[in-house]
Design a protein around this ligand. Structure first.
Ligand code: C2E
Ligand code: MG
Ligand code: MG
Ligand code: MG
Length: 276
């Protein structure tokens, strides 16, 4: 009897895994078509200066609404796109859309701010990122100072060529930040070698400020380290006024999260500014 149950469990697992495998490969094969059909769009999440509570920038976040399957999370399709190389196409789409959108906001009379674009490790290492960025900026007519690239620690671990690529981007006048700071396993000494402007405290640390004293200590330490290195620091995933109060007390520069705004449509960003 026990044996049979074990067998059933095994079969159940096997078919569930097959479903996962086929969903993954269906997603992998649908990205190119989705881009062609315009199923991909970009939302923008405002970033706030904690002291003045003014919007200082927005982060561009890709969205995919498949005509048959509905919305698919970037947390699901970005890793798949990294595996099959489609991240280069998604990444360039988001970069071009975000640059053009930011120029449109400026032309509409909004005070100029930066738009931050996530760059995956593969996109950074497998493309001439400086050339792609130069072309996107030129086509949009956007000045480089209004673009920020969010890189992850995995990029830094990757290759020596990462250093020269980052200096190339920095020399163009582009702002560089480290996303999900504190979740990678790289040595802190890279902060000395790479021309980074901003550390983005990962949302898992922010979330636990009031549940776990060790996370609170880590957030505090990252903020102080950023200040000591003369880097800007922003906390991601701020959801409560208590978290914001803690960050303010610790003199964190900026914050981003559902407590302020979710990722928004372009005209919602415009309305926020007109209201302010
Ligand atoms: P990320 O770059 O760290 O972006 C932050 C994620 O947290 C976003 O999820 C955002 O919607 C979500 N978020 C913002 N505020 C809060 C909050 O207060 N609470 C919670 N629980 N979540 C919050 P999203 O848009 O689903 O993106 C997930 C990840 O997918 C991103 O993490 C990023 O790594 C990746 N991603 C998204 N768009 C792009 C893109 O255009 N290119 C690349 N390479 N990766 C992207
Ligand atoms: Mg990001
Ligand atoms: Mg992040
Ligand atoms: Mg991330």
């Amino acid at each position: 009897r026990v044996k049979d149950e074990g067998k059933n469990h095994f079969q159940f697992f096997t078919s569930e895994m097959n479903d996962l495998v086929s969903r993954k490969s269906k997603i992998a094969m649908s990205i190119r078509k989705g881009l062609e059909l315009g199923e991909f769009t970009v939302r923008y999440q405002p970033q706030f200066d904690i002291e003045s509570e003014k919007i200082i920038g927005v982060e561009a976040l890709v969205r995919w609404h498949h005509t048959k399957w509905g919305p698919i999370s970037p947390a699901e399709f970005i890793p798949i796109a990294e595996e099959n190389g489609m991240i280069l196409h998604i990444g360039e789409f988001v970069l071009r859309t975000a640059c053009q959108q930011n120029k449109d906001w400026q032309d509409a009379g909004l005070p100029p701010f930066r738009v931050a674009v996530n760059i995956s490790a593969k996109q950074f290492s497998n493309s001439n990122i400086a050339a792609v960025v130069t072309s996107a900026l030129a086509d949009a007519g956007l000045s480089p100072e209004f673009l920020e690239l969010e890189l992850t620690e995995s990029i830094i671990q990757g290759a020596r060529s990462a250093i020269s690529k980052m200096w190339e981007l920095k020399a163009m006048g582009i702002h560089l930040s480290i996303d999900d700071f504190g979740t990678g396993y790289s040595s802190l000494s890279y902060l000395k070698l790479f021309p980074v402007d901003t550390l983005k405290i990962d949302q898992h640390f922010t979330r636990n400020i009031h549940n776990d004293p060790k996370d609170a200590a880590l957030v505090d330490t990252i903020i102080q380290m950023a200040h000591n290195l003369e880097l800007n620091v922003i906390a991601e995933g701020v959801e409560t006024s208590e978290q914001l109060a803690f960050l303010k007390k610790k003199k964190c520069n900026q914050a981003q999260g559902y407590y302020f705004q979710k990722p928004l449509l372009p005209d919602q960003i415009e309305k926020l500014y007109l209201k302010a």
